[in-house]
Write a protein that binds this ligand. Structure first.
Ligand SMILES: Cc1cc2nc3c(=O)[nH]c(=O)nc-3n(C[C@H](O)[C@H](O)[C@H](O)COP(=O)(O)O)c2cc1C
Length: 192
């Protein structure tokens, strides 16, 4: 036993896009998040109620999840250390926040993958409130897609965050194939 705490590392770094009531774009970095349902396709992230992003979400109930590539790690970090209440964060970094086509929320054009989300549920947990969003659209830079139209992690080059050491990393090599690599241990054909 080494203690308690939200110890799970690495985590994909997410950038949440919202509009404020003056239709100004805000972007906030979030590490407490990920996929939470296959059908309907949903993602969740957790937000402190003090964030401008939370104030914006109460109004719009729609947001984007923008996945920065490693080349934008400094910009993504900046989005996590200043508030959109006082700063036009994308503009300061020279990035383009344009309206997402299917939700009332801004997207960062330079980031390779953007999930368009509609908030369907909130769960108060303590320090953070979990926001669950249904993914209603996925926008992708065609350079990160394979021949089937699926995003390739190596091409997306996402930022991985280690909350313990507070460092950023990028993904390494492929080491196996899901639902396949473990089959060598499968002697009987039944599922728990
Ligand atoms: C690496 C990193 C991860 C973060 N993860 C979260 C998070 O999961 N939830 C949260 O509420 N704030 C998180 N933050 C802090 C917010 O991004 C930060 O308070 C930001 O300034 C809020 O912006 P806003 O006021 O424009 O919404 C994180 C910051 C960094 C640098």
């Amino acid at each position: 036993m080494i203690g308690t705490g939200p110890v799970l590392s690495p985590l994909p770094l997410l950038v949440i896009g919202t509009y404020d009531k003056e239709e100004r774009a805000d972007v906030m970095t979030a590490a407490w998040g990920g996929v939470c349902c296959s059908a309907p396709p949903c993602v969740a992230f957790s937000v402190r109620e003090s964030r401008y992003t939370y104030e914006n979400l109460l109004q719009t109930e729609e947001f984007t999840i923008n996945i920065p590539s490693a080349s934008f790690v400094d910009e993504a970090d900046y989005f996590g250390i200043v508030s959109g209440r006082i700063t036009d964060k994308p503009k300061v970094c020279g990035l383009t926040a344009s309206p997402a086509p299917d939700v009332h929320a801004p997207m960062i054009e330079e980031f390779p993958i953007v999930l368009e989300c509609k908030m369907i549920k909130t769960v108060p947990l303590g320090s953070h409130l979990q926001i669950i969003g249904e993914i209603v659209g996925i926008l992708a830079d065609e350079n990160v897609l394979d021949e089937n139209g699926d995003p390739v992690p190596g091409r997306m080059d996402p930022v991985l965050y280690d909350p313990m050491g507070k460092n950023y990393y990028r993904i390494g090599e492929k080491i196996g194939r899901a639902f396949t690599s473990g089959k060598k241990f499968q002697t009987t054909v039944y599922q728990l």
